[in-house]
Design a protein around this ligand. Structure first.
Ligand code: AHG
Ligand code: MN
Ligand code: MN
Ligand code: MN
Length: 322
């Protein structure tokens, strides 16, 4: 099995980007260890603080964020970072060539039940004409990402990453302490009989999504003429990993549960990086209005509707909006 750095060189990834990726992965190895310690490390449970999203922070949200932030800002490769757990962007090295957005701990509600969690990251080139403390640097669409990935702290610790040359799977090999390439150019099957959505929000969805899910649930007796199964991990990393592995459609649609917040997932450090991975694996990543990676962002914590996964199924879902 190939080690990470040679695999990246084979894809002609520039050396400075490889160095940044290695820095990010150093942080994930530390988080992976802390996660596995659970009760033993005293890191379960909540803090008394809320993040800018209005969510109570778990201890592990904060620890993972600090680990990532410190290692990235000290690296010299990064001009600024933005994170789910930071109110605004944080300046790094003025000469850093890259900016990094991240969700340090995705699936926070799974921490205390010893279930799937992960880290999501997205890398863009740093604009040369903006100061390191200017958050406008992050207002770049997803199609300009130079790298995106997530690390899944599951039964094995896996890295799923793209630099625009396909989506590849790696596994953390604890015997030598590095990530090994286990699957190159993963492909999402175009058709599926599996969907992922939080069904408890059904009454808040828009009519097209209600109609689409209604037809999936009718199964072979309905217009789709086949049965569908449902899965919901409550961690986007887990649900997207299943979609990349065996296909499926994952959606967090618009809802009117909270009038000020029609969408749940965040564009910069959830939707964009996952869209890059899904598209590089031959899937589609959309809102009901268009391609996620074409959205021109207006703020760091912007939220967005998400409909992604198996190409034909995403197209069928979107046809309900026409
Ligand atoms: P985070 O833990 O980083 O705040 O993200 C949680 C997100 C996402 O991972 C998941 O798909 C979704 O929230 C789960 O939403 P529900 O609580 O509606 O299940
Ligand atoms: Mn959160
Ligand atoms: Mn998240
Ligand atoms: Mn998070």
């Amino acid at each position: 099995m190939q080690r990470l750095a040679p695999a990246l060189r084979q894809d002609n990834v520039p050396l400075d980007l490889i160095s940044l990726i290695k820095t990010i992965l150093a942080a994930t190895k530390e988080i992976s260890f802390r996660v596995s310690q659970a009760h033993l490390g005293g890191l379960l449970g909540s803090t008394l603080d809320e993040n800018i999203q209005g969510e109570v922070q778990k201890k592990l949200d904060v620890v993972a964020n600090e680990l990532f932030k410190d290692i990235l800002l000290e690296s010299g490769f990064v001009k600024a970072i933005s994170s789910e757990e930071e109110d605004t962007s944080v300046a790094g090295d003025p000469n850093g060539k890259f900016i990094v957005s991240f969700d340090p701990l995705d699936g926070s509600s799974n921490i205390d039940i010893n279930s799937l969690i992960g880290t999501i990251f997205s890398i863009h080139q740093a604009p040369e004409d903006m100061a390191a403390d200017n958050p406008d640097m992050f207002k770049q669409p997803g199609h300009k990402q130079v790298c995106a990935g997530y690390v899944l702290y599951g039964p094995s610790t896996m890295l799923v990453m793209t630099t625009g040359k396909g989506t590849h799977f790696y596994v953390l090999d604890r015997t030598h302490g590095g990530y090994l390439l286990v699957e190159r150019n993963v492909q999402v099957p175009q058709d599926t009989q599996e969907f992922a959505i939080n069904m408890s929000n059904q009454r808040f969805w828009q009519q097209p999504m209600k109609n689409y899910i209604h037809d999936l649930v009718l199964g072979e007796k309905g217009p789709r003429g086949k049965n569908f199964n449902m899965r919901w991990i409550a961690a986007m990393v887990g649900d997207i990993h299943r979609v990349l592995t065996r296909g499926g459609i994952f959606t967090y649609p618009a809802d009117n549960k909270n009038q000020e917040k029609p969408y749940k997932l965040r564009l910069m450090y959830e939707a964009n990086p996952m869209s890059f991975l899904i598209e590089q694996a031959g899937g589609l990543a959309m809102t009901s209005q268009g391609r996620i990676m074409d959205i021109e962002p207006d703020s760091i914590h912007q939220r967005v509707e998400v409909i992604m996964g198996s190409k034909n199924e995403v197209e069928t879902c979107l046809s309900y909006y026409q």
